[in-house]
Design a protein around this ligand. Structure first.
Ligand SMILES: *Cc1c(COP(=O)(O)O)cnc(C)c1O
Length: 301
């Protein structure tokens, strides 16, 4: 799958002597985050080889991974079950745009409490799910496993060797692990975590086989799916000036961070940056529902 790199052509970059390109993985599919597509690809092959016709996976109510699994599963002819955090969603989940979309693409839901959800990685709990739902192919939260990382190793191509820095948003670390494994020795991979937590460094070290990377922890905006008006304004402005939409949970925070690092002189002159636009745009609607309730400015659609 060949995805275009798009130059972000703004006076800001000329003034600072730095070049930024976005790899438009968001263009792979209108509803599937590009990196989720990459993460699912080899897992589908494996499920079919094992003759398992149903995929079961985990996520929160606005999860890009849940949306992606529903769409891609339907395209691949696999049934999908989403184990969703929050039993209160059982009533009225149809009002949640992500779950509604997933359901329209064939996903069945199983809503569980937050404490039960914490058991999602426990083999005994997973066996309980298997006895309930049959011989399902089980994918972890966020879709991250070895086959997912293998898929993400295909994001970078030879043409990308000219870049000095590769930037990516980070959730579970699967995507950046693939990037780290496929980056060239002269390249440095910068990760922008979308959530707080010191565990990420250790997780990524376990998942990847090189040391040419660093996590930039300053642009989480208070935690997962937390945003403020400054970030909303940034995303809306960026879209107005470049035509490129960013999502509020991952890519918006990353691009905000890249701008801020450039302002602070983090990159030396003539640096060439490639940032991965992983997608996530299906999440804008759900975020706008939240912003509306708080009477805050909305993201432009
Ligand atoms: C899930 C997601 C990420 C994070 O990917 P991980 O492999 O979990 O680190 C980044 N960007 C978008 C748009 C995503 O949906």
């Amino acid at each position: 799958m060949l995805v275009p790199n798009q130059k972000v052509d703004l006076p800001f970059f000329k003034e600072r002597g730095v070049t930024l390109y976005l790899k438009r993985e968001d263009t792979i599919h209108p509803h599937i985050s590009g990196n989720k597509y990459r993460k699912l690809k080899y897992n589908f092959v494996e499920a079919k080889q094992r003759r398992q016709d149903t995929l079961l996976t985990f996520g929160g109510a606005f999860s890009n991974h849940i949306a992606a699994t529903a769409f891609a599963g339907q395209e691949a002819g696999l049934k999908t079950i989403g184990v969703i955090r929050g039993e209160e969603l059982e009533e009225g989940w149809q009002k949640n745009p992500t779950l509604k979309l997933a359901s329209e693409h064939g996903m069945k839901f199983y809503f569980i409490s937050r404490s039960e959800y914490r058991q999602k990685g426990n083999p005994e709990y997973q066996n309980q799910l298997r006895s309930r739902f049959g011989n399902v192919y089980l994918l972890p939260e966020g879709g991250t496993n070895d086959l997912a990382i293998k898929g993400c190793e295909e994001i970078l191509t030879e043409e990308d060797n000219r870049f000095d820095f590769i930037c990516s948003a980070v959730g579970t670390g699967g995507t950046i692990a693939g990037l780290i494994n496929s980056a060239q020795p002269h390249q440095k991979v910068l990760g922008f975590p979308a959530l707080k937590g010191d565990f990420l460094n250790a997780d990524i070290q376990k998942l990847s086989d090189s040391r040419n990377w660093e996590l930039i922890q300053d642009y989480q905006f208070g935690g997962y799916a937390k945003i403020n008006t400054e970030l909303v304004d940034f995303i809306n402005n960026f879209k107005k000036k470049t035509g490129i939409p960013l999502d509020p949970v991952y890519t918006g925070k990353m691009v905000f961070g890249i701008f801020d690092l450039i302002k602070k002189g983090f990159f030396k002159s003539s640096t060439q940056i490639l940032a991965i636009h992983t997608g996530g745009l299906q999440g804008i609607k759900g975020m706008n529902e939240v912003l509306k309730r708080k009477n805050l400015p909305l993201l432009d659609l």
